[in-house]
Write a protein that binds this ligand. Sequence first.
Ligand SMILES: [Zn+2]
Length: 152
Amino acid sequence: MPNYIKKKKTDKPKKRQASQSTLVKKLDKVFSQYIRLRDSDANGYCRCISCNRVHYWKDIQNGHYMSRRYLSTRFDEMNCNAQCVACNIFNQGNIQMYRQNLIKKIGEKNVDYLEYKAKGTIKRYSIFELQELIKYYSVLVKKLSEEKGIRI
Ligand SMILES: [Zn+2]
């Protein structure tokens, strides 16, 4: 039997791994913090991508241009922008204004690309990938909050 298959007797039983959906939720949370801190000014205020109203970063949400149900763009930084609750939830994303302002922000080519990426590609995240992304965005959140002097 090759070495890599042999199990040492001293190995402790493996901890149960966090499930895919638990990790996606965890990543949603830290990714949302990252997007809102990225989009906030030095005082912690963000402008809604759709209606341009200004809100404190804790009172605004991470609004997805292409719906969250497309996993391929769910954690794409271009697809995610600070958006007020009214636009994100009650106005179904205020999508026309979102598109116009997103074109101003990242250019029409990138907006077209996001639409293709969401609908035309399939993304499956491994447990490892999700864990790494959570670590990556946790570091960025900490860095941004220190740089901007915004308390989390
Ligand atoms: Zn809004």
